[in-house]
Design a protein around this ligand. Structure first.
Ligand code: UDX
Length: 447
């Protein structure tokens, strides 16, 4: 009989994983402790913007016309325990308030709720990003609490999906990493991922700590690569170089590669910033803090980008105070093709200028509701054109495709002054200059 799969936590990771498991042919039951989320998902609606996810969900949610009916949602732990052969734990692990460490309370409470309901053989698979050592601790907790005893096992299977590409990354992962303690667990996971493995996704089997570390070290590497090029951008500013050309030239070296070398306002989002901080905190607990002190520098290079952008904007409006100036901000999300504004450099810059007395008007194609909720005191416009109306300077802070396709002549007619600052090095300077704009980007003072 085909495996029956449950997915615990239906946020970004969980909702995508649940729909993808149904797409791969399994019977799937998803659980969340927030009833509103379950209602939405059961009606075939996704609580966030993620290209292709709603279509995949609707294809499988039971009760939707024409669906396979393989995907259902519940708030009942009893149902989850009775249903699943394999339980994926996909709850989030945010940064602790006022600390670098990660907040494990959602993971812990998921295990405390699930374990006592495991009355038959099952594999529990952790997907959340956790401090190394968590899997061993949680395995012990399962052994204590699960009525089925040794018939219940744990595996760790980190998730590498990117927002904006979540569906593709889940169905066609560039690697599948499983931390296991038995052949039985490995065999079950090979069965779950038979589809992608058959298509060529590498399947890497490790112990628990290594599996946990793959995720945090991958994100640390990516963060380091971005901060590296942003550090070069700082040097380019001082030396009149051009960081975009520099990155292009570096990227031709296959050992370096051209991805994640885009200089600009830096990284944000719900993963990279908190993951590198939690990693430092955990290394400290393990007595290995020296190994990761470089991540502190990676973090501070990144945070400096936001301040640099504010200073470039200040220069653009005359070099003094922002009082009485109008600033248009294009972009609110931490990256394009997402509505996620968590730790978004764009909103952070908008907020800093607003707090210094500038009149900031923000436009984002998908992030408006979330931005308003997080930063209600900023001004918001319904279109890019309205945001730019009357502006003394335009800041391009999230590289949405539609910002590259803007009618810059029309924008120039409504702006008070034609100055654009490109915080993502993504606009075409020639197009803007031809329309009479002064174009300035980060890390290329003369370009
Ligand atoms: C990241 C990891 O890529 C993913 O594997 C992991 O599972 C979760 O964290 P995500 O947060 O969706 O994914 O975004 P990502 O595409 O990695 O971008 C992170 C941030 O870095 C964004 O703010 C982006 O704008 C910025 N970035 C990325 C740059 O500033 N320059 C670059 O060259 C690339």
């Amino acid at each position: 009989m085909a495996l029956r799969i449950t997915v615990i936590g239906t946020g970004y990771l969980g909702a995508t994983h649940a729909a993808a498991m149904a797409e791969l042919g399994f019977e799937v039951l998803g659980l969340d402790v927030v009833p509103e989320k379950i209602e939405m998902l059961s009606a075939g609606k996704v609580p966030m913007y993620e290209p292709g996810l709603e279509e995949m969900l609707r294809k499988h949610v039971a009760g939707i016309e024409g669906s396979t009916g393989r995907l259902r949602f519940t708030t009942s732990w009893e149902e989850i325990g009775a249903f699943g052969d394999v339980h994926f734990v996909c709850v989030n692990t945010p940064q602790k308030h006022g600390e670098y460490a990660c907040d494990m309370s959602y993971v812990d409470s998921a295990f405390e709720s699930l374990a006592p309901r495991l009355t038959r053989p099952a594999l529990v698979v952790g997907k959340s990003t956790v401090p190394v050592g968590s899997a061993a601790r949680l395995a012990a907790r399962l052994a204590e609490l699960a009525p089925a005893g040794t018939d219940v096992e744990l595996a760790w299977n980190p998730e590498f999906l990117r927002e904006g590409f979540a569906v593709n990354d889940t169905l066609h992962p560039d690697r599948i990493v499983v931390g296991v303690e038995s052949e039985r667990a490995e065999k079950l996971l090979r069965e779950v991922y038979a589809g992608p493995v058959g298509e060529g996704s590498p399947f890497v089997v490790t112990d628990f700590p290594t599996a946990e570390l793959v995720k945090t070290s991958a994100n640390s590497f990516l963060a380091t690569k971005i901060s590296f090029i942003n550090a070069m951008a700082e040097v380019c500013e001082a030396a009149d170089g051009d960081v975009v050309k520099l990155a292009e030239a570096l990227g031709h070296d296959e050992r370096i590669g051209k991805k994640f070398l885009r200089a600009g306002v830096g990284f944000g989002g719900g993963c990279l910033p908190k993951d590198i901080r939690a990693f430092m905190a955990r290394a400290g607990e393990l007595g290995a803090d020296q190994a990761l002190t470089f991540l502190r520098e990676v973090d501070s290079i990144n945070m400096r980008r936001r301040g640099h952008m504010v200073e470039l904007a200040r220069e653009a409006v005359g070099g003094g105070s922002f009082l009485g100036t109008r600033v248009a901000v294009l972009g609110a999300t931490f990256k394009p093709d997402s509505d996620d504004v968590r730790d978004s450099p764009a909103l952070n810059v908008a907020g800093q200028i607003h707090l210094q007395g500038g009149q900031v008007t923000v436009f984002d194609p998908k992030g408006m509701d979330n931005a308003r909720r997080l930063f209600p005191t900023l001004g918001y416009a319904d279109t890019a054109l309205d945001a730019v109306r009357g502006a003394d300077v335009v800041l391009h802070l999230t590289e949405w495709r539609e910002f590259r396709e803007l009618d810059v002549v029309a924008l120039g007619e409504v702006a008070a002054r034609r100055t654009v600052l490109d915080g993502r090095n993504a606009l075409d300077p020639l197009v803007w200059r031809e329309a009479g704009w002064t174009y300035r980007a980060m890390g290329r003072p003369t370009a």
